[in-house]
Design a protein around this ligand. Sequence first.
Ligand code: ZN
Length: 310
Amino acid sequence: MLTQIKGLHHVTSLAADAQQNSDFFTKLLGMRRVKKTVNFDAPDVYHLYYGDEAGTPGSVMTYFPFPHIVKGQRGTGEVAETAFAVPVDTLDYWRERLAAAAVGGLEEVEQFGEKRLRFEGPDGDGFALVEVPGDTRAPYADGPVPADLGIRGFRGVTMRLREADATARLLSFMGYREIAREGALIRMALDNGNGADVVDLEALPDVGRAREGAGSVHHVAFAVENREAQAEVRKALIEAGAHVTPVIDRDYFWAIYFRTPGGILFEIATNEPGFERDEDLAHLGRALKLPAQHAHLRPQLEQSLMALAD
Ligand code: ZN
């Protein structure tokens, strides 16, 4: 069993409209846009990152906005719900805030003894706010949501699968352990993680595969401290039979990727070097940042990418 993985690092999804996406996370959810760059593999579209003040791993929701992309279809083989942690007794505030913004899919449920407010993103993305006692992570304090009510980072994700056993075994290998079951849900958790410690697996044997599009999670990334830990994880995964990519430099972290038996794309990303690599903390997320390999495209991209207001 691996011990290097510290929880989620980021979750990356697809959106149809960059401005709508940015406004949803910054103006409504009160997160900070911590990076405005492009998809390194398709630099004609943005890659937008939202998180706490510094974009701490475990708080970072990222998006590829593809204009005119069709909506995804929910199903199995995907991350169906991304959950953010909020303090206890704040869901009334959040329900009113989201309802006032005409957010869809509002539903309050209790899951594994936690109060969970489900809601949808602009493209039907599955989200939830979960009341978590004792989460000491600092929220972004300079947004529109008061700090004592704000999002602390991820609580975790729910993966919807035809069958959960293979993914549960993989997560066990990665350092998670099963801590509870409830209906079709299995809760896996890390003991000494970064706060974004939970992965819920929902087994739905009769539900067809999801079709990726706007509102779909593209991949989920798990955090390791540094490149050395990442190399250890990569070696172990390959020895266990996974087809893992070489290490890829994403400027703000190093990444490796592999497809899980359940069909979900996993990434292992380093906590180093972080989002202050190419701009200082006070100014994160405003200027268009380009990786060296795409720097020559700046004149075209500044013309072709839609202008994005803060
Ligand atoms: Zn990623």
